[in-house]
Design a protein. Structure first.
Length: 485
C-alpha cells in the first residue's frame, strides 16, 4: 500500500490525514492544537506540525505530503531566514485603516483588475502596510514575505535559520491569490503593489523583497529535508532511516482551495461552509473581478478559479438561539422543523457581530415580524436557521453575479450535519443540495495534492454523501427576509 499525507494548518489546530494512494481511504490521522490569538509565532505552527505528524504515526511509510493552510497570514523573514515578528493572522483587523488607505491610493477598480479582489483587513497586503506604518524598523528588515503554508513547506523541506535559502520559498496560485499582490490570470506578482504597501522607494538601493515561487497544480515543491540542520527539530522517531529524497513535498494550497480539492468540486459546484463564520465559494473557469469587494477573486488549486464570499455570522447564530431557548443543537433542529417555512413571518437578520457580506461592520442582529400568535419556540428556532441560511444565500447571489453557474450545492461544516439545516437549506437555495460526510476536507485536499505530485495525475477519489434533501424551494423565506431589511 502506497500512502500519502495531507496537512491542514488552520487557525485553531494542525490536522494530518494519511490516505491510501489507490483508494483514497483514510488509514490514520493526527492532530495538535494552535495557540489562540490573532498573531502567532510561526515556530508554534512548526511545533504543532511535528506533533500532529507524530500523532498520525509518523512519515516512515509515507511517499508524499502536502500542506494546506489558513490564508492571508503575514510571515515576514529577514535576510538570515529569521521570523521578524509574530505572524498577523487573517482575523487580525488592525490593518483595516491600511486597507482603506491602499484602496484610496490605487482604486478599487484597479485592485479588482490587477489582483481579482478589493483588499480588506484580512489580506496580506494590508498587513504589510500596517507593518510599514506601525513598525517601520521591522518593515526595513523584510527580505521575504511568505504565507503560513509557504513557510511550513519551506521548513519541512529543510530550510530555516540554519539553512536560510529564501529563494527556495514556494507557494501555489490559490494562496498567492489571497495576498492582494498577485494576478492569478497572468500568474505574476504585482511588485508595484507590494512595494507600495511596504513604502519601498523603487529608486532606492534596497534589495527586492523575495516572494515565494508560484508552482502549478501537481508540481513538486521538493522533498522532506532530513538534513543535519533539521534533525534537532524533526525527531528521528517520526521518520526513521529516511534519506532526503524519499518523501515528495507537494505545492500546498490555501484552506478553501484545499477543501474544494478534498470535496472533488468541479465547475458548477458551489460549496457553502457553515463554521464559526460562513464561506460560499465555487469552482469556475472564469476569474472574478468584483469592484464592490463582496466577492474575492481567488484562484483554486486545480488551475481554475475560486470566487469566494465570506460571512461573519454562521454557526454562532445557532449557538445563540440554543442559549435563548435552553436546548441543544439537536433539539433546536427538531423545534425548527415543527414550524412552517417562513416561521409565520418571524425573520432574524443574524448580524450579531456586524457583517462582511453585506458590508455592515457596525450592524447588530434584529428579530422582526413577531405577533402574539407567531411568537413560539418553534418559529424562533426556524427563524434562526432561516436567517443564517439567508445570509449565506446572499453570498451565493454575489458569486452568481460574477458569472458562476450553480448546478449543485455542497453543504459542509459542523452545522450541516443537523437534519434541520440541510432540510431548510433545500427550501432557501434554489439549487440541489448535497451534504458530504463530515471530514477534514482541507487536509484531504492536501493529500490529493500529495498524490498528484507523486504520480503526475490528480486522483479521482470518492466522496461519500450523507444527505440529499429533496428540492423544496420556498421563495417566501427569502422574500420576507429581503422585505424586513
Amino acid at each position: 500500500m502506497t500512502l500519502v499525507a495531507g496537512v491542514d494548518s488552520s487557525t485553531q489546530s494542525c490536522k494530518v490525514v494519511v490516505r491510501d494512494l489507490e483508494s483514497g481511504t483514510v488509514v490514520r490521522t493526527g492532530r495538535s492544537t494552535h495557540p489562540e490569538g490573532t498573531e502567532v509565532d510561526p515556530a508554534l505552527w512548526w511545533d504543532a506540525l511535528l506533533a500532529a505528524i507524530k500523532d498520525a504515526g509518523g512519515l516512515a511509510d509515507v511517499a508524499a505530503i502536502s500542506i494546506g493552510g489558513q490564508q492571508h497570514g503575514m510571515v515576514v523573514l529577514d535576510a538570515a531566514g529569521e521570523v521578524i515578528r509574530p505572524a498577523l493572522l487573517w482575523n487580525d483587523t488592525r490593518s483595516a485603516q491600511a486597507a482603506l488607505d491602499l484602496i484610496a491610493e490605487v482604486g478599487a477598480a484597479d485592485f479588482a483588475a490587477r489582483t481579482g479582489s478589493v483588499p480588506v483587513a484580512s489580506f496580506t497586503l494590508t498587513k504589510l502596510r500596517w507593518l510599514a506604518d506601525a513598525e517601520p524598523e521591522n518593515a526595513a528588515r523584510v527580505a521575504a514575505v511568505a504565507l503560513p503554508h509557504d513557510w511550513l513547506t519551506w521548513r519541512l523541506r529543510g530550510f530555516g535559520p540554519q539553512n536560510p535559502d529564501l529563494a527556495e520559498l514556494t507557494t501555489d496560485r490559490s494562496d498567492a491569490s489571497g495576498t492582494s499582490y498577485f494576478n492569478s490570470v497572468t500568474g505574476e506578482y504585482d511588485y508595484d503593489l507590494l512595494n507600495r504597501a511596504l513604502r519601498i522607494d523603487a529608486a532606492g538601493d534596497r534589495a527586492p523583497v523575495i516572494l515565494p515561487r508560484v508552482l502549478g497544480p501537481g508540481d513538486v515543491a521538493g522533498h522532506v529535508g532530513f538534513s543535519t540542520e533539521l534533525s534537532a527539530e524533526f525527531p528521528p522517531e517520526l521518520s526513521p532511516e529516511l534519506s532526503a529524497e524519499q518523501i515528495v513535498v507537494g505545492v500546498g494550497a490555501g484552506d478553501n482551495a484545499g477543501a474544494a480539492l478534498g470535496l472533488g468540486a468541479v465547475a458548477g459546484d458551489v460549496v457553502v461552509s457553515i463554521g464559526t463564520s460562513g464561506t460560499v465559494f465555487a469552482v469556475t473557469e472564469t476569474p472574478a473581478r468584483d469592484v464592490s469587494g463582496a466577492v474575492a477573486g481567488f484562484a483554486d488549486a486545480s488551475g481554475a478559479y475560486l470566487p469566494l464570499v465570506a460571512t461573519l455570522n454562521a454557526a454562532r447564530v445557532l449557538d445563540a438561539m440554543t442559549r435563548v431557548l435552553g436546548v441543544d443543537h439537536t433539539e433546536l433542529g427538531a423545534l425548527a422543523l415543527e414550524a412552517e417555512p417562513g416561521a409565520d413571518g418571524a425573520v432574524l437578520h443574524p448580524y450579531f457581530e456586524g457583517e462582511r457580506t453585506p458590508n455592515l461592520p457596525d450592524a447588530t442582529a434584529t428579530l422582526s415580524g413577531l405577533t402574539l400568535a407567531s411568537t413560539t419556540r418553534a418559529n424562533l428556532a426556524r427563524a434562526a436557521i432561516e436567517g443564517m441560511l439567508c445570509g449565506l444565500a446572499a453570498g451565493l447571489d454575489a458569486v452568481v453575479s460574477q458569472g458562476v453557474v450553480a448546478t449543485r450545492l455542497l453543504l459542509v461544516g459542523g452545522a450541516a450535519q443537523n437534519p434541520a439545516v440541510s432540510t431548510i437549506a433545500a427550501q432557501v437555495f434554489d439549487v440541489p443540495v448535497e451534504v458530504p460526510e463530515p471530514a477534514e476536507y482541507v487536509a484531504l485536499g492536501a493529500a490529493v495534492q500529495a498524490a498528484w505530485s507523486l504520480t503526475g495525475t490528480r486522483p479521482q477519489w470518492t466522496v461519500e454523501v450523507t444527505a440529499r434533501p429533496a428540492p423544496d424551494f420556498r421563495p417566501v423565506i427569502r422574500e420576507q427576509y429581503a422585505r424586513a431589511i
